[in-house]
Design a protein around this ligand. Structure first.
Ligand SMILES: [Zn+2]
Length: 126
């Protein structure tokens, strides 16, 4: 009964989104599924922890960078606080700010911080 990770369909959607390439640096081979929001103590009760927008396909160096530079990762959207909603926190995706959705798609946005403070991060920039 333990749910320890994303299901098969979620992983497939993420692999389709990344095309097998790291979603942070954009050139290395994607090797690990990264959780943007850490699973809470005692396992997850929130479905969004393993949602497509909550996960990223990263190479080893990017994954360890994200885990060891947590402040930078938070400001770049690769980490989301326990109180945050990864579907509303843009991520610096291969140098471009993107808001990820739950179907393996995304929306470009100008920058994470300013669109968040406007209170409507879902507004497209085009
Ligand atoms: Zn990388």
């Amino acid at each position: 009964m333990r749910k320890t990770g994303p299901d098969k369909r979620t992983v497939e959607l993420i692999h389709n989104r990344s095309a097998g390439i790291c979603e942070r640096c954009g050139w290395a081979e994607g090797q690990q599924i990264h959780h943007r929001r850490a699973r809470g103590m005692g396992g997850t009760r929130r479905d969004s922890t393993n949602a497509v927008y909550s996960l990223a396909h990263l190479c080893h160096p990017c994954h360890s960078l994200v885990e060891s530079n947590r402040l930078e990762a938070l400001s770049d959207g690769w980490l989301v606080s326990q109180h945050g909603d990864p579907s509303r926190v843009p991520v610096l995706y291969r140098g471009t700010w993107r808001l990820l959705d739950n179907e393996g798609g995304w929306m470009n946005c100008e920058s994470g911080v300013s669109s968040l403070s406007s209170g409507d991060p879902m507004t497209p920039t085009n």
